[in-house]
Design a protein around this ligand. Structure first.
Ligand code: ATP
Ligand code: MG
Length: 388
């Protein structure tokens, strides 16, 4: 009896034309997350099998791979009635259940016993060996037996995968990653849709601290567990931010600062051949996230800006943040460049003409250029999650 993991593909099975690309990418992502483990992988158009001595470690790693619908622990045995019965008893030894049902699929039509009869026989074996009952409607355990020529598969424990599309299928976007709660969640949700990420963080030393930057790198490393090759670009934003505070009336500084962030982000998207900007804006959350503000800020770029949490309540965002493990880091109290010198009354319905006028008062273009050209890039390794 040989223990295996079966991977059922997620939503990708509905995308017929792109199926091969989806599967190849999923295989690449699975290989990348299993680095350092000894295993053998086999796949076809409907599923993937992994053989290894380290089944438990593999199962826990696979739970961070988008594009997987479920992970099934299964056993492969010879297609022979006595052997199947014996293996069934062995396979169930460490499984906790009170009720069960058996479903048999006979792919090998030369096998002499019908599917119905097989299920009855296997059910009898389970009843005889374990303290349990049959329940065909709501069983604790569904035992699937698939009889094929090359072997019979016993599917015992099915664990939910995280669904979504394989990371990278949509290319890459640039996530504006701050130390807050929202942007790591926005990053996670984008990865789930198959968009791989590079991150952009604006820092303003000495007004913002090294701890604030390390916090952002830590957040990036947590979401990197779902990607594996995230880069974080750190923008030295101090000169531009100080120029804004010197030249722009207080109520407009945040609006103008965010227009500058979008300009820099657009420059990085082009330079790095990425596709879109992604951020953690949520409608109405703060003055710079009213629809009026968004229109005025967004107008500096013609790139699509994806806002995965735009329509979520803060509590919904916090829920995801807890689930993916970023919340505890996000609430550490280090100041971000958006929270230093916060104006008392930021404008909530800014006018585009005023923005253009205030921006004409200083040479922002060369400062934007300088920000893009002096970026410091960190490439995260998967293991860094444990080190930081
Ligand atoms: P919070 O969770 O506290 O709301 P936040 O990260 O959402 O924090 P906001 O001020 O709401 O902070 O900013 C909206 C979005 O702008 C962020 O989600 C993020 O995408 C981007 N942003 C803000 N500050 C920075 C920064 N210093 N570097 C990169 N992106 C930033
Ligand atoms: Mg926010």
């Amino acid at each position: 009896m040989q223990k295996l993991i079966l991977i059922k593909y997620g939503e990708l099975t509905t995308k017929k034309g792109n199926r091969n690309t989806f599967i190849k990418l999923l295989v690449r992502n699975v290989n990348s997350i299993l680095k350092g483990i000894d295993y053998h992988i086999q796949y076809d158009r409907v599923r993937m099998y992994i053989e290894s001595e380290n089944i438990e470690t593999i199962i826990s790693r696979l739970q961070k791979v988008f594009g997987i619908h479920s992970i099934v622990e299964c056993f492969k045995v010879n297609t022979n009635m006595e052997e199947i019965k014996e293996s069934l008893v062995n396979a169930l030894k460490n499984v906790d259940f009170k009720t069960f049902k058996v479903e048999t699929k006979r792919a090998d039509k030369n096998f002499p016993t019908s599917s119905m009869e097989c299920s009855r026989i296997f059910g009898g074996v389970v009843l005889k060996n374990f303290d349990c009952k049959v329940d065909v409607h709501h069983p604790d355990l569904i035992i699937k037996v698939e009889i094929r020529k090359e072997g019979t598969f016993l599917y015992i424990r099915e664990i939910d995968g995280i669904g979504g599309y394989p990371v990278g299928i949509q290319g890459k976007g640039l996530l504006m990653l701050s130390g807050g709660i929202d942007s790591p969640v926005a990053g996670y949700l984008s990865l789930k849709r198959g968009v791989d990420l590079e991150c952009l963080y604006f820092e303003s030393p000495p007004h913002t601290s090294l701890e604030a930057k390390n916090k952002v790198l830590k957040l990036a490393s947590i979401i990197n567990a779902y990607s594996g090759n995230i880069k974080v670009h750190v923008v030295p934003f101090t000169n531009l931010q100080e120029a804004i505070y010197k030249n722009v009336p207080e109520s407009y500084v945040i609006t103008i600062m965010r227009r500058m962030m979008y300009r820099i982000a657009s420059g990085v998207v082009k330079k790095r051949h990425l596709k879109v900007i992604i951020n953690g804006e949520s409608i109405g959350q703060v003055a710079s996230q009213t629809l009026d503000s968004m229109c005025v800020i967004n107008s500096v770029t013609n790139l699509p800006v994806i806002r995965p949490v735009a329509c979520m309540d803060k509590l919904e965002i916090i829920d995801i943040s807890n689930k993916i493990g970023t919340y505890e880091t996000s609430i550490l109290p280090f100041e971000d460049c958006c929270t230093i010198f916060l104006p008392k009354h930021p404008v909530i319905n800014p006018e585009l003409e005023k923005c253009i006028y205030y921006e004409s008062l200083f040479d922002y273009e060369s400062l934007v250029e300088e920000c893009i050209n002096t970026i410091e890039t960190h490439t995260l390794e998967e293991q860094e999650e444990d080190l930081l």
